[in-house]
Design a binder for this molecule. Sequence first.
Ligand code: BJW
Ligand code: ZN
Length: 293
Amino acid sequence: MLAAVRRSGSVLRAASVANMAARAQPSSNMAAFRKTLAESKHVVVLTGAGVSAESGVPTFRGAGGWWRRYQAENLATPGAFREQPSLVWEFYHYRRHLVSATNPNKAHQAIAALQARLAAAGRRCRVITQNIDGLHQRAGSSHVLELHGALFKTRCTRCGDVRENWDDPICPALAGTGAPEPNAPAAHIPESELPRCQAAGCGGLLRPHVVWFGESLDPDVLEQAHTELESCDLCLVVGTSSVVYPAAMFAPMVAERGVPVAEFNLEPTPKTGEFGYHFAGQCGDTLPEALAP
Ligand code: BJW
Ligand code: ZN
């Protein structure tokens, strides 16, 4: 079935609709979830922007998803970068600066503690995140699969060189730019003064090493994610609106195998009806309770 899903999104959609119709309302029985967790041998935790919200990192959709007069997701496109590289770099400079000043929250910590506890018991727990903020790793999680790239990595648009970069600002011209207020003026930095490639003799324009809309995810990361999803016996979906593909179909794929899936979110999502559990609330509250030893 999963191989078919990879080949055809429509197979998945048809199966999901049938599954939704067949399922009862998801349970919010914490004791039942904790029993399932206690019996599981291979847990996958799929996270989205909501897991970092309590650290002060804005989500993409909803009220927090604006930067100046732009919806964040409209700046996360190759077209936006082609047309206004200065504006897009300002947006990422703002986020790099903001994330540098934040810390992992109780949700990141609960996930990292679960991973450590299961590993010590010879059980497996893997984090698959759509986030680029690195907060899972800073909380102590290992083996984190970053589906949409990393905020503190750059990629050269000319030679493809990828490297870590924690400089703030990443280049002198971005210093003091990136203010998020609706009326903040654009910096209009010339391309020659935006971040440039340091690989020998290149000097090409750098871009954030992230996955924008319409771009393919790293095939190795995707393959590893599928391997985890196909073999896990419990899946947690934390703080994602489940509207961006391919990640949006990961947990439904797991549920389709009859494996328990638990969603932790402030509100229901388009996929909630496909899952066995839904825990409403801030994941900084719900996850520590759900994952406590
Ligand atoms: C809390 C909380 C708290 C808050 N506690 N909860 C199939 C069907 C239709 C379209 C497509 C398809 N396959 C591909 C597409 C096209 C496209 C897509 O999905 N479009 C849809 C929007 C319709 N996908 C792509 O283009 C992907 N590429 C791809 O598939 O390539 C092949 C292909 C291309 C085109 C056609 C077909 C195939 C690439 C997607 C890349 C997404 N990139 C971004 C930016 C990354 C870089 C950056 O960060 O700057 O990734 S967009 C943005 O959305 C970001 C996020 O990772 C992603 C998901 O958002 P997320 O994490 O869910 O955040 P929010 O804000 O949406 O939700 C937060 C949730 O948390 C909410 O539910 C809150 O309630 C909750 N919450 N606080 C618990 N305290
Ligand atoms: Zn280069």
